[in-house]
Design a protein around this ligand. Structure first.
Ligand code: ADP
Ligand code: MG
Length: 393
């Protein structure tokens, strides 16, 4: 795979797929510009090398139609402030007008295309649309890791119609850390998996069973694993149609001699909305009218002990309903433990990142993966369509 530094970009028109999918307020103002900032190393590098830049991103889900509320115009303004130069905003993504803007670019100019999802061809990876995206383009750079788990025209299709394709800085960093966790982890290797749904995480658990020494389970998915062993879990969130696969995973862990640890005690509540702890229990069955909302103190202590000895940690999914203060303790204490471990730590997933930020320890995490779905898919499949597209040339 080529890296952006491998390209000789002076005077060349370079199409950079970035992730400018920022949260907007009702008034269309940018609420958080982290994603724009994350692309600056690649953008500034290319500008420093006198390339002509064409930037493309999606924003929201306009479903193939123009929706002014999802225009990238506010992003153009913010980006111009951040890079200290003008950003030319295109009114479309492809077509004659856009091609005129592309061919008028001078070295160091920046053109931002409109939301690529305004055209249906983006999500269908349509060859015609991909070809049009590549009109007037010399090189393609992918710096949108978070979009690289889908075969999109601006991620995959376009690579068929340019001279060279390469990874940007953000993309490279994501791939390096996740590959480290997959192919050369220092041991002991601990995976912490939580969150709401087992379903989302099954392929990740299955693959990590081949890699990790210990898997610590928390969150709602723990209750599907308990149910799979015949325990009464009261009103806890359980996915009945995933019980069989949960049983398979438990058997597989035993066979592969991976420690697969479920909570030793659980914080129970009448409901999430109640916002109040009803009981903390270390046995089954749970009372019929209560549900598990967090891991208990014994679990925190046990997990923290294991985390302290780890050399590599991968964490996805909060261990409880951390959005509610009374049910956040387990997740926050585990975040502290991961931060204090000194291990190479990788945290992925929107809610998990929010939890680490809430705990105030994001600075102490080795790598916070920007792509929620993409990092999960990478941990499960060890590659992504967007990465394969960069590797084939
Ligand atoms: P991520 O975004 O990090 O991948 P998920 O989206 O998989 O994480 O899961 C996060 C959600 O799981 C949170 O909204 C949290 O409230 C919920 N959750 C965690 N534990 C429980 C539980 N015991 N019962 C219900 N929901 C839970
Ligand atoms: Mg989530």
């Amino acid at each position: 795979m080529l890296f952006v530094e491998d390209l000789d970009v002076k005077g060349k028109t370079v199409f950079v797929r970035v992730d400018f999918n920022v949260p907007l307020t009702d008034k269309g103002e940018i609420r958080n510009d982290t994603r724009i900032r994350a692309s600056l190393p690649t953008i500034n590098y290319l500008l420093g090398k006198s390339a002509k830049l064409v930037l493309a991103s999606h924003l929201g889900r306009p479903k193939g139609k123009i929706d002014p509320k999802m225009s990238l115009k506010p992003v153009a303004k913010r980006l111009a402030e951040l890079i200290g130069r003008d950003v030319i905003m295109a009114s479309d993504i492809v077509g004659e007008e856009v091609n005129k803007l592309k061919s008028g670019l001078k070295e160091g100019d920046v053109l931002l295309l409109e939301n690529v999802r305004f055209h249906a061809g983006e999500t269908t990876n349509d060859p015609e649309f991909s070809k049009k995206l590549a009109e007037g383009i010399d090189y393609f750079v992918n710096d949108a890791f978070g979009s690289s788990h889908r075969a999109l025209a601006s991620v995959v299709g376009i690579t068929n119609y340019v001279k060279k394709s390469a990874a940007g800085y953000l993309m490279k960093k994501e791939i390096e850390y996740l590959r480290k966790a997959l192919f050369s982890p220092a041991k002991p290797y601990v995976a912490i998996l939580g969150g709401a749904k087992v379903e989302d995480k099954i392929p990740v658990i299955e693959n990590l069973l081949n890699k990790a020494d210990t898997i610590l389970i928390g969150g709602a998915m723990a209750y599907t694993f308990f149910k799979a062993q015949g325990f009464g879990t009261g009103k806890s969130l359980v996915e009945p149609d995933k019980i069989e696969i949960a049983q398979k995973i438990l058997a597989l862990a035993k066979e592969k001699k991976v420690r697969f640890i479920l909570p030793l005690d659980n914080v129970l509540a009448a409901s999430i909305e109640s916002g109040q702890v009803a009981q903390i229990v270390d046995s089954f069955p749970f009372p019929q009218d209560l549900m598990g909302v967090d891991i208990g103190p014994k679990t925190v202590a046990r997990y923290a002990e294991i985390i302290a000895k780890a050399k590599t940690i991968v964490w996805n999914g909060p261990l409880g309903v951390f959005e509610t203060p009374a049910f956040a303790q387990g997740t926050l204490e585990i975040a502290q433990a991961v931060a204090a471990s000194g291990a190479l730590s990788i945290v992925g997933g929107g809610d998990s990142i929010a939890a680490v930020e809430k705990a105030g320890v994001s600075q102490k995490i080795t790598h916070i993966s920007t792509g929620g779905g993409a990092s999960l898919e990478f941990l499960a499949n060890e590659t992504l369509p967007g990465i394969e597209a960069l590797e084939k040339k």
